[in-house]
Design a protein around this ligand. Structure first.
Ligand code: AGP
Length: 616
């Protein structure tokens, strides 16, 4: 949540910062603001609403020319999305401009203490206290901005990324990080800080990871990192492997359309290079030994939203291949219910962003109980992989649309690879069995490509159903999490009631929802898999149809038994049972995207949401 960018160099800071905000707007779009340092004063513009509002303001009332600046795009937590609550926030003496991502949990006490010293807040945000504190400390440590930031951070509880600039400090940006994300971009005669590398990838691909509880002081040719007590530390350098074009729409109207279309490539990239020269599977980072993996007697997947659904899919495969019990837990619930985890538990944290606070906290909790941790993540160098014992990156490339698409498919691939890896190490499967599954996985990109050909029919169907009040999704086996994912997509994009059910559960209550004309999307398992599952879902389809539902059936090519029960039939390529989520999910993504478009919603930036949820 909230996108942050800071720049110091030779270019016009305004252009660099606005460009960075544009690329990070997916992180929050309740308001946007920018501050530049001009001589002995700050020039600041901020505006409620999307970045376009700020850009209009800048058009009417341009900022002064400057080569140092900061910018922020907000997802509101404390205080509504108003002009006053927009960042940057300024200290009482006007000397400090500060932006923030996260939540300062002790802000009420700090606010009261400031009031006792005669400083009243002008906004309803938690952030503003940090601006005042920084200015106070700056006055007490002879203008040493990094030291003032360290002192400020030591007073704060919670999660925060802070970036600040100061009037008459024309060549320095200072930033701090606890829990919320922050990376540094290293240029020639210029440097950047941002919540996400997307903000500066068009200027440099050389970056530094900032660790937990660290402060960075950055000029155009120097970056100094310390901990909160002034001890100098090294940042971990890394190279961004994708270019700026990957974070552009590339000819599509919407990022979501582009990301749906990219899925064959993303799945192929997630699989690339996974077999070592010795025929063994390889992960990206592995700090667990084979003997530790052989000791594992339970797997707990922690994740949120779409990533949680990927975990639910993975459970079917991992249990089947390894015979290790797999629990899939909503990360936000996990640590509050006294879960049973110990040194023989492998915790798998699945996260596109690698920064989701609920998932991070669940992971930390599991590690505190002695569990081993493995991250499945799309964002290289983000917090969740950094805090894990093993990492498998999904290599889906940047996902900008708030609704997850290619991340989901590649998370399934990655979780399957983890299952196969465990089966290999523990001897649950023969090498040729693993190779056979790998062949099925390697065939997946082509199958996903084929299913994209059905998109036009699905879009027409969505336009026809745009007035529906509710849509239900039913599935069995791996089709059940796909049903949940289809419903989530529709809720978040089309703002309509949508629910996914295990098809066998309908008769235990939800069937009462069926009324004439209600669209029910039915994900049909292959008759070549477990025939009993296929037959049972046909019965479930008839049950809802008998009560007047309009059935939209997703079934594999050649399965003619479904035809008579389908008011609308969506065909997907015939693939092995465990590969079916990779093809059956795609029409549901297209459906939700088209439904939201038909309703006139902003597909890439749905209301109330942000891409990366860095608060609990
Ligand atoms: C799904 O479309 C959402 N954007 C959301 O549910 C997302 O999957 C969830 O917030 C988890 O995000 P993460 O993968 O970055 O941890």
């Amino acid at each position: 949540m909230c996108g942050i960018v800071g720049y110091v160099g030779e270019k016009q800071a305004l252009e660099v910062v606005v460009d960075g905000l544009r690329r990070m707007e997916y992180r929050g779009y309740d308001s946007a603001g920018i501050a530049v340092v001009v001589g002995d004063h700050l020039d600041i513009r901020k505006k409620a609403g999307k970045l376009a509002n700020l850009e209009s303001l800048l058009g009417a009332d341009p900022l002064e020319a400057a080569t140092l600046g900061i910018g922020h795009t907000r997802w509101a937590t404390h205080g509504g999305p108003t002009d006053i609550n927009a960042h940057p926030h300024v200290s009482a003496d006007g000397s400090v401009a500060l932006i923030h991502n996260g939540i300062i949990e002790n802000f009420a006490r700090l606010r009261d203490e400031l009031a006792q010293r005669g400083i009243e807040l002008t906004s309803q945000t938690d952030t503003e206290v940090a601006a005042h504190l920084l200015a106070e400390h700056l006055g007490q440590c002879e203008g040493d901005l990094a030291e003032a930031m360290r002192r400020t951070c030591r007073q704060l509880d919670g999660a925060f990324t802070l970036v600040a600039v100061v009037a008459d400090h024309q060549d320095v940006v200072v930033a701090a990080r606890r829990n919320s994300p922050l990376v540094i971009g290293l240029g020639e005669g210029e440097n950047f800080v941002a919540s996400d590398v997307a903000a500066f990838v068009s200027y440099t691909r050389q970056a530094l990871e900032l660790g937990q509880d660290q402060v960075v002081e950055m000029t155009r040719d120097r970056v100094v990192i310390t901990d909160f007590f002034g001890e100098v530390v090294e940042g971990k350098p890394f190279t961004i492997t994708w270019d700026a074009a990957a974070a552009e729409k590339g000819g599509y109207d919407l990022f979501m359309q582009k990301e749906i279309a990219e899925q064959p490539r993303a799945v192929a990239d997630a699989l690339r290079g996974r077999f070592g020269v010795d025929g063994q599977l390889v992960l990206d980072e592995m700090r667990l030994t084979d003997s530790q993996l052989r000791e594992i007697d339970k797997i707990v997947v922690v994740a949120c939203g779409t990533a949680f659904h990927a975990g639910l899919v993975a459970k079917y495969a991992i249990e089947h291949w390894t015979r290790i019990p797999v629990d899939v837990e909503l990360a936000s619930e996990f640590r509050y219910r006294d879960p049973i985890v110990d040194a023989r538990t492998l915790t798998i944290a699945i996260s596109q962003s690698g920064e989701t606070m609920d998932t991070l906290m669940a992971l930390r909790y599991a590690r505190e109980q002695g569990a081993q941790a493995l991250a499945i993540c799309n964002t290289v160098g983000s917090t969740i992989p950094r805090e894990s014992d093993a990492v498998l990156y999904t290599y889906a490339g940047p996902e900008i649309a708030v609704a997850s698409t290619k991340a989901f498919l590649t998370q399934i691939i990655a979780a399957y690879l983890v299952g196969l890896y465990l089966a290999q190490v523990r001897g649950n499967m023969y090498g040729d069995e693993i190779a056979a599954v790998m062949k099925e996985l390697n065939d997946a990109p082509q199958a996903v490509d084929l299913v994209l050909d059905t998109s036009e029919g699905v879009e027409q169907l969505a336009a026809e159903l745009a007035e529906a009040r509710s849509v239900l999704f039913i599935g069995r086996h791996v089709g059940y999490p796909v049903a949940l994912e289809g419903a989530l997509k529709l809720k978040e994009l089309a703002y309509m009631h949508a629910e996914g059910f295990a098809a066998g559960e309908l008769k235990h209550g939800p069937i009462a929802l069926i009324e004439p004309g209600l669209p029910v999307i039915c994900i049909v398992p292959s008759p070549r898999g477990r025939a009993v599952l296929h037959d049972k879902i046909l019965s479930n389809i008839q049950e809802v149809r008998a009560r007047g539902a309009r059935t939209i059936v997703i079934a594999e090519e050649g399965d003619e038994s479904v035809t008579e029960f389908a008011d609308h039939l969506i065909r997907v390529p015939a693939v092995p049972t465990l590969m079916q989520p990779l093809v059956t999910t795609v029409p549901l993504q297209v459906f939700a995207c088209a439904m939201a478009t038909a309703k006139g919603h902003d597909v890439d930036q749905p209301r109330n949401l942000a891409k990366s949820v860095t608060v609990e």
